[in-house]
Design a protein around this ligand. Structure first.
Ligand SMILES: C[S@@+](CC[C@H](N)C(=O)[O-])C[C@H]1O[C@@H](n2cnc3c(N)ncnc32)[C@H](O)[C@@H]1O
Length: 327
């Protein structure tokens, strides 16, 4: 894999950071309108959740869609407008699957880029018809046996991004990916580690963002859902039988504090990703399992956002990318 950033060294800091930036006075928003008309959705605390099987603890609505759009745009910037980093012979790319496709931004994008390939997106959320004739969506839990229109279909590329808490049995999912792939095909997974870090002296004492990261262990224990899939995926992908497995870690600055223009841009996207994601990641779990009120959740988010808006810290999260080949 090409080296994407600076994981082995500190991110150089823009000296003007915090001097010129307009500080948003932002609140955790529940003001987005939510259409509750979609068949298997329910609205809880102003956010919309789907009810497929045992549901998902994160909302699926206009705010989460923005969150997905921001992540999608950010990864395209990181990958210099490429859809994947696996060393695939593009002329041999016939069938592609996007597991946990969400809005299908990646699936439709890759379908447009490779019009000769067939692309399938799998998600527990119902989709509108794809705009790309070579892309289709299946409503299904990806951990169940995939019901494909053509059961003999085998994939040359399996893409998984930001799926983490949605899967309880990763081994079973990787085993199915392996079985449904062509020999020589690649699996590629991207997940963000939920551990904020600061490499220099800018860390604030009592950081709310750090506290929320540590709270993730309680959330994992309470829900039985794995918030730390990123730390295990390389081993699990190897154990599923894939070879040439490589892992790369990329630092994602939280805010535009990096001096490098590309990572300044990524920092802006990642700040927006965090701000559009945080309330949804906390809301249902904190209220159901820890007895928080909606106000407590929103206050926790506002505190975290104010910490970012203070423009004092050079904080980052780590994106983990794992690729592997089916022999
Ligand atoms: C955070 S979104 C990420 C969407 C997309 N992969 C991206 O990166 O833009 C996670 C998606 O995974 C879906 N998901 C979670 N668990 C799933 C499962 N077991 N089977 C299929 N889809 C799942 C959710 O419904 C949601 O749309």
């Amino acid at each position: 894999m090409e080296d994407l950033n600076l994981s082995s060294s500190s991110i150089p800091v823009d000296e003007d950071y915090g001097v010129f930036e307009y500080l948003e006075d932002e609140e955790a928003s529940s003001a987005y309108s939510v259409a509750s008309s979609v068949y298997n959705f329910r609205v809880e605390n102003g956010r919309r959740y789907h009810d497929y099987k045992d549901g998902h603890p994160f909302p699926y609505d206009e705010v989460s869609e923005e969150n997905e759009q921001v992540l999608h745009a950010m990864i395209l910037v990181l990958f210099d407008n490429k859809y994947f980093v696996s060393p695939i012979d593009e002329s041999a790319l016939h069938c592609i699957v996007d597991v946990g496709t969400g809005k299908g931004l990646w699936a439709e994008g890759v379908a447009e880029r490779y019009p000769e390939a067939q692309v399938v997106g799998i998600d527990t959320v119902q989709h509108e018809r794809s705009l790309q004739p070579n892309c289709s969506f299946i409503l299904q839990d990806a951990t169940d046996e995939w019901v494909l229109d053509d059961p003999s279909m085998k994939f040359d590329l399996v893409h998984i991004r930001n799926l983490f808490v949605g899967v309880r049995d990763w081994d079973a999912l990787y085993a199915q990916c392996f079985e449904k792939m062509n020999s020589g095909g690649w699996i590629e997974q991207l997940e963000i580690e939920i551990d904020a870090q600061v490499d220099d002296e800018s860390a604030l004492p009592d950081s709310q963002i750090m506290k929320l990261c540590k709270f993730v262990d309680d959330m994992t224990a309470a829900t039985g859902r794995d918030f730390r899939a990123s730390s295990k995926m390389k081993t699990a992908i190897e154990e599923a039988g894939f070879v040439d497995v490589q892992e790369q870690k990329v630092k994602l600055p939280l805010g535009p504090w990096a001096s490098d223009p590309k990572f300044k841009d990524i920092g802006r996207f990642f700040e927006r990703f965090y701000k559009t994601g945080l309330q949804g990641w906390l809301l249902q779990i904190c209220i159901r399992f820890f007895g928080w009120t909606l106000k407590q959740v929103n206050d926790a988010c506002v505190q975290a956002f104010q910490e970012i808006n203070s423009r004092q810290q050079h904080m980052y999260f780590t994106l983990v990318i794992v690729i592997g080949r089916k022999p």
